[in-house]
Unconditional design. Structure first.
Lengths: 463, 166
């Protein structure tokens, strides 16, 4: 165990114990226990003492043990908390947003299985010609589109296989190599914001909003976030072109591709198309996106296009990670902990814009060093409670602060550890951390500014 | 000190050994190259490396050596669970058909390089086998993308192995 992990372990245990030994006035017994769980989870997530998905599982387990009707504490004679059945905590694993992600995972993994992602990339790239600067834009656009529906990491890895041969043909001294290597992870991070299934922080935020009785349709999310993704894609492209101006004007792309024609592959293309179509038109037909998400799971498994082995290879730990984040929010709200925590700050003195600035900036900074999902999981329960404290206005305020947290978390890309796509790009050896730090900081700051501008000028008109 | 994956070269002629190591220079910052001029010395060094927690990724071995020959050494390594993971390459001008067949059948020989060789004859197989090795055995193959076959390693991540969104 490394020093950092050991420190994390000790701090996590200490954090868990603090609320057991100190009594905070105004906080119920259950609130104290929820704080124990919160502190332990926050420390373990930050120090990665144990894998982050494992911390999520530990959160659910601790909640069942300490906060449920079936747990070890009898709350019947204790005021201030009406214990939840344990099914509320373990049920987060079948939360509608988890099922939505499951559908997305099946589509994405089936696409990889039939090389749909690779071949589609080559088809989509062909209109971008062979001028270096437009090729970079093309790479970014394709990456963003795919990462809106697939995992940012898998999309980046796939695009890296596309850009390695391009980079190899470019003179080693040409800054374009760095620009291209950065364009892919940045576009993947940005593309993830465009849809609810683009990246896990979106899931945590949407699930938390659902708990408040506020449902966010697939298409509505896209109306809020897609314009931002498009603008940020152009911003990132321009930033990279200016910081790393290509010396070679033209590069050749080798875009030989043939879509697979097996019946399974064709079934996948059709299922993919119909699912996405039903998702984005949720507002018209009213079928919930998580119900639509069952369609690819059913069709692809009953036809054996997606086999038992493929099911086993799905990234289940990501679903655990999201579920733990959702569960943490439930206990913080139900025990009154979230309200107690934000109650200590005089939010009333801050305008609602300032509240959004604070949460956006904190999310951006935190997720540069922590997992984006963890950042969203830790911040969203606090943010949503501000509505009850009056610092934000009702349903509208909740949605705004949720969007600000999710989107700002995705704009964190200054370091290789900020997101897995950044880590992959750095591993190619084409660029140095300083390059990522500079362009990532610029993009992060512009991104946060645009998010806040949207919250003033755009979202109020479309929500 | 982090444990390393080694490239191991066994060759008795100093000039030839030098030439091999020079050709493999580009791997050295990531994968240290260890050398021996006889099978006996090789075994000792390999034991020491493995006992210190290191691994042997690829062994490039001459056949005609003083004392025990190269094919025997590789068969022995193949039969020892501690070294059987290493990919085996024979570099020689003098292995007969029988010995080569034995190396293929009993030592799981991956590749045969005939002397004299071009640099790429040595570098490309080494890159391929080290990539095979890290994809199969390394905890985080991503670390090796810049020196090995980056496309293959990226494709491995694409297929959902190694890392996911977090």
């Amino acid at each position: 165990m490394t020093k950092i992990k050991t420190t994390g372990l000790l701090l996590g245990i200490t954090g868990f114990c603090i609320p057991l030994f100190f009594s905070f006035s105004g906080l119920s017994l259950a609130g104290h226990l929820a704080m124990s769980i919160f502190l332990m989870a926050a420390v373990f997530w930050m120090f990665e003492t144990i894998p982050i998905y494992s911390t999520s599982i530990l959160v659910i387990f601790s909640q069942v043990l300490l906060l449920s009707t079936e747990g070890i504490i009898d709350y019947s004679g204790i005021a201030g908390y009406d214990p939840l059945p344990y099914t509320r905590f373990i049920g987060t694993l079948a939360n509608p947003i988890i099922i939505l992600f499951l559908g997305g995972f099946v589509l994405a993994d089936a696409s990889v299985k039939y090389d749909f992602d690779k071949n589609l990339t080559r088809i989509l790239l062909s209109p971008f010609g062979n001028r270096t600067s437009t090729i970079i834009l093309g790479l970014m656009a394709v990456t963003a589109v795919l990462s809106a529906f697939m995992s940012n990491t898998a999309t980046t890895a796939m695009m890296i296989t596309v850009i390695i041969p391009i980079i190899a043909k470019i003179d080693p001294g040409d800054p374009a190599r760095i620009g291209i290597a950065l364009s892919v992870p940045f576009a993947a991070n940005i593309g993830g914001i465009a849809t609810p299934i683009g990246t896990p922080p979106n899931a945590v935020v949407i699930a938390a909003l659902n708990q408040q009785g506020l449902s966010v349709a697939f298409g509505s999310w896209m109306i809020y976030a897609l314009p931002l993704a498009i603008v940020m894609l152009f911003v990132a492209w321009q930033v990279l072109l200016r910081l790393h101006p290509p010396a070679t004007e033209f590069v050749s792309l080798d875009l030989d591709s043939k879509l697979q024609k097996s019946s399974h592959a064709i079934l996948l293309y059709i299922t993919f198309g119909i699912t996405v179509l039903l998702w984005v038109t949720e507002g018209i037909h009213g079928i919930k996106s998580s119900i639509v998400a069952l369609l690819p799971v059913v069709v692809l498994t009953l036809s054996s296009a997606f086999s038992k082995q493929d099911i086993r290879k799905l990234p289940w730990e990501v679903l655990w990670l999201i579920a733990g984040g959702i569960a943490l929010g439930i206990s913080m709200e139900a025990t009154g902990l979230a309200g107690w925590l934000v109650g200590g700050i005089a939010w009333g003195n801050l305008s609602s814009l300032m509240v959004l600035v604070v949460f956006g900036a904190v999310a951006l900074i935190m997720s540069n060093f922590l997992s984006n999902t963890v950042t969203a999981s830790l911040l969203i329960p606090l943010a949503l409670t501000l509505v009850t404290s009056g610092a934000l206005e009702g349903v509208f305020g909740m949605l705004m602060v949720g969007l600000v947290i999710a989107l700002s978390a995705s704009f964190a890309m200054i370091l290789p550890i900020s997101t897995p796509p950044n880590a992959i790009a750095e591993s190619t050896g084409v660029l140095k951390t300083k390059h990522m730090l500079l362009s990532g900081s610029i993009i992060g700051i512009i991104g946060l500014t645009l998010v806040l501008l949207l919250s003033v000028f755009y979202w109020p008109n479309v929500i | 000190m982090k444990n390393k994956i080694y490239i191991f070269v066994v060759e008795d002629e100093p000039e030839v050994l030098d030439a091999i190591v020079r050709d493999l220079e580009e791997f050295e910052t990531t994968f240290p190259i260890e050398m021996a001029d006889s099978a006996e010395e090789a075994r000792e060094l390999i034991d020491a490396l493995i006992n210190a927690g290191n691994e042997i990724g690829v062994i490039l071995c001459d056949h005609v050596l003083p004392g025990q020959n190269g094919v025997d050494l590789m068969v022995e390594m193949q039969n020892d669970p501690k070294t059987s993971r290493a990919r085996k390459v024979l570099i020689t001008g003098q292995a007969g058909l029988d010995e080569t067949v034995r190396a293929v059948n009993e030592a799981d020989l991956q590749h045969y390089i005939a002397k004299p060789w071009e640099k790429s004859d040595l570098v490309e197989p080494t890159r391929k086998f080290m990539t095979d090795y890290v994809l199969k055995w390394a905890n985080n193959p991503m670390e090796y993308m810049s020196v090995l076959d980056g496309q293959r390693i990226a494709d491995y991540i694409r297929k959902g192995k190694g890392i996911t969104d977090n």
